[in-house]
Write a protein that binds this ligand. Structure first.
Ligand code: BTN
Length: 254
């Protein structure tokens, strides 16, 4: 682990040997401040979107970023903003990938059509303010083509290692992710997610595609026709356009 000796850890980084979930760790540690980061190489019970458990094979970067200056109303937009931050961080370190990076509403970062990173934003009220924890699982050097993995995962996931000649160091990724998360959260706090709308639209993977979204146990099928200035997915149905705050994309195609 070159460049990651304990002597040169930045003060914002909490490196834990092992934990159930960096998000849980960060939510429970009262002393954490804005901009602090919890990182582990061994997450034993990672959590994903929609209450699912989230399994990460070795080589996936798992970390949680604490943002303490947001209002809870900014939370839905923040997960999209966090997706942009992931794209900017990867793009800084691996510029060749830039044109292949997409944001799949509302929480996934893709390389072409496969998932590079997932995001889980959680919030808890702390007296006068809200603590937000942005958990990111980024497929750094896992190899999803390896035998023995669930074929669904092989087809739907991709890592930096699989698509790039070099893979950035963990610390470099954490530093860039933190940098851009702080930047987009400042923007959200000041002006709301609307201030990032053109960047979001540039990266909108679902735009123009037929999709099926699961929402409160119901499925809605239509065409994705963009993201509105509140960060909602616009879904064209037979007779109307519905704006969805949340939901799970269960199907999409060209
Ligand atoms: C998803 O794609 O469903 C979201 C996955 C989020 C995983 C990350 S790994 C670091 C942080 N800790 C967790 O338990 N989950 C997030």
């Amino acid at each position: 682990s070159a460049g990651f000796g304990s002597s040169c850890l930045p003060s914002w980084l909490h490196w834990v040997e092992s934990c159930s979930s960096t998000n849980t760790w960060a939510m429970q540690a009262d002393s954490l401040h804005h901009g602090e980061v919890v990182f582990t190489r061994q997450q034993t019970a990672g959590r994903g979107q929609h209450g699912r458990t989230w399994y990460a094979p070795p080589g996936v970067l798992t970390a949680s970023f604490v943002l303490d200056r947001l209002h809870s109303s900014q939370l839905p937009g923040l997960s999209l903003a966090a997706g942009l931050a992931v794209i900017y961080a990867v793009e800084d370190l691996l510029p060749d990938l830039s044109s292949k990076l997409w944001l799949k509403w509302s929480n996934d970062v893709l390389i072409e059509e496969r998932k590079l990173a997932g995001i889980l934003c959680e919030a808890a009220s702390r007296g006068s303010h809200t603590r937000v924890v942005v958990g990111i699982g980024l497929n750094r050097c896992a190899d999803f083509t390896q035998a023995g993995l669930d074929p669904d995962l092989v087809n739907s996931a991709v890592s930096l290692y699989q698509v790039s000649e070099s893979v950035p160091e963990e610390l470099a990724l954490l530093e860039r992710l933190r940098h851009y998360l702080l930047q987009v959260s400042d923007i959200c706090q000041r002006d709301g997610i609307a201030a990032l709308i053109s960047q979001l639209r540039d990266r909108d993977f679902l735009y123009g595609r037929p999709v099926t979204i699961e929402l409160a146990g119901e499925q809605l099928s239509g065409q994705a026709v963009g993201i509105d200035t509140s960060g909602r997915l616009l879904l064209q149905l037979q007779a109307e356009v519905k704006a969805l705050v949340s939901g799970r994309v269960v199907w999409w195609k060209d």
